[in-house]
Write a protein that binds this ligand. Sequence first.
Ligand code: AMP
Length: 469
Amino acid sequence: MTTETTFASLALAEPIMRAIADAGYTTPTPIQAQAIPQVLAGGDLLAAAQTGTGKTAGFTLPILHHLSTQAAQSKPGRPRCLILVPTRELAAQVEESVKTYGKYLSLTSMVMFGGVNINPQFKALKSRVDILVATPGRLLDHMGQKTVDLSGVEILVLDEADRMLDMGFIRDIKKVLAVLPKQRQNLLFSATFSDEIRTLANSLLHNPKSVEVARRNTTVEVIEQSMHRVPQAHKRDLLAHLIKHHNWQQVLVFTRTKHGANKLAEKLIKDGITAAAIHGNKSQSARTKALASFKDGGVRVLVATDIAARGIDIDQLPQVVNFELPNVPEDYVHRIGRTGRAGTTGSALSLVDDEELAYLRDIEKLIKRSIVRVEIEPGFVPPAKADLMSDERPPRPPQGRGGPRQGQGARSGQPGGRNGSGRAPQGKPASGGAKPAAGRGAAPNSPAQPRKPRPQAALFSSKPGTRGH
Ligand code: AMP
């Protein structure tokens, strides 16, 4: 942490300080040091921060402080704070943080998302709910059924706003905004700032303060990034080999498709490695169960698609594997951000087929560094052709950044598949040599190009606004 700020200097209520101490946090992360005073001051906030920076506590702690120190009449099903998030997993996680940091307060919270029985949510809304964490779709259902009353919202948080827009939630968000009281505090968190996000920020935020922490793609140095060049058809066998060879006990693996995630988990299980897959076709309870067993060590490997993995928060996850490179370079940064969190170190390994080299170039441009190419270690025997599963083939050739973005327009939070090229496996056989790792910059691509910084200033509107107390 580069900041000098201490939690004590942030003047948070004593029960919150106790909960922070229980969580083992000694120093605020940079986003917390910047955001907490701004949120406490009561104005709107625009925060550029990614998952893994401690942003959840950055907004949760001052919200808890405000709600616990500013009394207001609370009625059943009428939250004082609404936190909108893109995915169920993130919703569950944020609410868990609210409970963790608010455990010595008498505030109440509730999480609301789709894909699960709505009846327990109806029941919960019959009691007092101070903080509601929701995904937009299910919240709209409740609004339609008049089981939730948003007229008392004092603070609105849009968390991972960029993902919400990517997932096609803009109309839902607008419908929610339309019923909120005009006088309120708005906090918008986003990892990236597209024109769409800027438009949303302009219409939502009044004279916001802005905070920004170093983008993950400039701070990924704590994560050891490497890659193996390997034909797509050999990847499953190679991964099983690596897990056994290195005795990895907790590995998060990203695949590009749901089908690929299932197949890979099946293959690993067949090879005696405990594994589970999570993606949008799995029921919420299956996803929650898989995540829980991954967290407690019941399964060694969790195979996930990008959007299903969004929001997964596992402290000190040691190993991430990109089974396929994402076609959107920012997703690479999100993926490897699962490891090396809040200052811990981690390792991210990518398995790269020849056909993915254009993706690799885009990623290296974005992160402004080369990913170290490492020879496959001895002992790995590529599978015989006859042993390959029929679908073990390389992904379709990259179409550059203009290609379809996973999850775009999908309400379910599930990326659209891009498998199914129907082509036979290609590429050179994997090396079985014992050569030492190539040095940094050994990737077979052009040197990384600096990326233009994203303009931020245009994000701010000049309308006055406060929380209204
Ligand atoms: P987030 O970016 O909110 O997903 O948080 C990432 C991780 O950082 C979570 O596991 C938090 O428990 C952890 N964390 C948050 N704040 C701190 C802090 N001040 N010190 C250490 N860890 C923290």
